[in-house]
Design a binder for this molecule. Structure first.
Ligand SMILES: NC(=O)c1ccc[n+]([C@@H]2O[C@H](COP(=O)([O-])OP(=O)(O)OC[C@H]3O[C@@H](n4cnc5c(N)ncnc54)[C@H](OP(=O)(O)O)[C@@H]3O)[C@@H](O)[C@H]2O)c1
Length: 247
């Protein structure tokens, strides 16, 4: 059996699909014929993303940190889900360990780790027998960037779950893509000038000489979706920024 190109008749849920990496993924899968449901907390953002993505895409307002609503969302889904992509973002938990507030790290886990775990649990009864599940983690999980030990803990915990889940849930496939710095609205909290300066510095320290685009991460997710021989894998998509320098 070869890598599947057409996704006609396949149903995809992208949690955190109204922006950035999730939206780029939804757009790629919808263009290949999938029926895509994107979720997010903000209705206006969802509506705008559905409009941009087109195809057979619908939006569903859902806060991934609300376990009751997440369970209801999957319980109310009648059709089996062929592919589940977890791309919602948390932003807390970064900073030097000396000043890292444990409460902030807890918020970080509550914003990403627990929503991923609860979403997977809620979705399980609805996943098709040969479904794929993709976690969007972060390069901080396996790199050594100072000030990111909290993010390493959150994303590393998710990445550590991938191999055992792949075996436990087989033939459902579980993979993760681990992005480096990607230019998405996730960075909008930083004022434009400071963000440009930050991206310039990161680009200079990155082998490919730039930050990444959401489509480049979506391409990796598309590979996981279509390639039925991939499971238990974590792929870095970082432009080489996480490669050890031997310092
Ligand atoms: N951008 C990067 O440089 C980068 C690097 C490494 C890893 N990542 C990871 O990649 C993933 C996607 O990030 P991104 O850059 O694409 O971020 P983004 O552009 O900010 O998009 C995040 C998406 O998640 C949704 N979302 C956020 N919190 C949610 C919640 N509690 N419940 C449901 N939906 C929620 C957002 O919609 P609403 O706000 O309307 O809910 C939006 O659709 C994240 O897990 C992030 O940690 C990003």
């Amino acid at each position: 059996m070869s890598v599947s190109r057409s996704l006609h008749g396949q149903r995809v849920v992208v949690m955190g699909g109204s922006s950035g990496i999730g939206e780029a993924t939804a757009a790629l899968l919808a263009a290949d014929g999938a029926e895509v449901v994107i979720t997010g907390r903000d209705q206006a953002r969802l509506d705008a993303a559905v409009e941009r993505i087109g195809g057979k895409t619908t939006g569903h307002r859902l806060d991934g940190t609300d376990p009751v609503r997440v369970a209801e969302f999957f319980a109310s889904s009648v059709e089996p889900i062929d592919h589940l992509v977890l791309a919602l973002s948390g932003a807390s938990g970064s900073g030097p360990i000396a000043s890292l507030d444990p409460a902030d790290l807890e918020v970080g886990f509550a914003g990403k780790f627990w929503p991923f775990v609860r979403t997977l649990q809620g979705a399980l009864p609805r996943l098709a027998a040969h479904a794929s599940v993709t976690f969007v983690t972060a390069a901080s999980a396996r790199a050594a960037f100072p000030g990111t030990s909290g993010l390493a803990a959150i994303n590393g915990a998710l990445q550590a779950m991938v191999p055992p889940l792949a075996v436990e849930l087989a033939p459902i496939r579980i993979n993760a893509v681990s992005p480096g710095v990607i230019d998405t609205p996730w960075w909008d909290a930083i004022p434009t000038e400071a963000r440009t300066e930050l991206f310039t510095g990161i680009s200079a320290a990155t082998p490919v000489g730039r930050v990444g685009h959401a489509d480049e991460v979506a391409d990796v997710i598309r590979l996981f979706v279509g390639n039925g021989f991939m499971t238990g894998t974590v792929i870095d998509c970082t432009g080489g920024a996480n490669l050890p320098t031997g310092r």
